[in-house]
Design a protein around this ligand. Structure first.
Ligand SMILES: Cc1cn([C@H]2C[C@H](O)[C@@H](COP(=O)(O)OP(=O)(O)OP(=O)(O)O)O2)c(=O)[nH]c1=O
Length: 195
């Protein structure tokens, strides 16, 4: 496969998440965002690592159908605790319940990343985050900030939610939605290198 300078090879990013686009910008990958929507319900008994990869592939392939000439990236981030998959909260109640579950404990954040092109490939990033105790009054105030609404597990490590994070082992960018070392590796496999 030829090597391309990332600056002159455009890729598609099948995502509505402004964070994923900003993270790709951070490593100098020129991209066109492709808004797609996929069914994010887990299959019965589906393992979390299979779930995030399946969704990442579904997003990348949906994007590739819209822009068939571009290699297209898709990703999915989920918070895992007690074997349960926490996606974005459905409402306030759900968010408060998620924050109570995460309070004072360690959880995993899984991000699957997929690249759909003439051939498809994928990677998995696994991080461990330990949260401080989050009392219900703080959780309520955090919900009122508006930040939890579109974040897996109802918090954002890159935002106000950082005050709850005592320890991270893994990929900060992965917790934010796009693990950059793994994504760069995936793109390099496709001949797209930067820097
Ligand atoms: C845990 C955590 C998640 N998140 C975000 C990353 C993802 O955008 C979101 C999880 O939802 P996803 O379904 O992975 O992504 P999305 O719906 O935002 O975007 P799209 O499917 O269109 O690509 O949670 C943070 O921004 N910070 C965090 O600390």
């Amino acid at each position: 496969m030829n090597n391309h300078d990332a600056a002159d090879q455009l890729i598609g990013l099948a995502s509505q998440s402004p964070r994923r686009s900003a993270l790709l910008d951070q490593i100098g990958i020129a991209h066109a965002t492709i808004p797609i929507a996929v069914d994010e319900r887990p299959l019965p008994g589906e393992r979390p690592e299979d779930y995030v990869i399946r969704l990442a592939l579904a997003k990348a392939e949906a994007g590739r159908r819209v822009r068939p000439t571009l290699p297209v990236l898709g990703a999915d981030t989920s918070v895992i605790i007690d074997g349960r998959i926490l996606g974005k909260p459905a409402d306030r109640e759900d968010a408060l319940h998620m924050l109570a579950l995460l309070s004072g404990r360690e959880h995993a954040v899984l991000t699957g990343v997929a690249l759909a092109g003439p051939a498809s490939d994928h990677v998995l990033s696994v991080s461990r985050v330990t949260m401080d105790h989050i009392d219900p009054v703080r959780a309520e105030a955090y919900w009122a900030s508006g930040e939890p609404v579109d974040k897996a597990g109802a918090y954002a490590i890159q935002g106000l939610g950082a005050v709850f994070v005592r320890h991270l082992a893994g990929s900060y960018s992965g917790v934010m939605g796009l693990p950059l070392a793994e994504t760069a590796e995936l793109l390099a496999g496709y001949g797209i290198r930067r820097p």
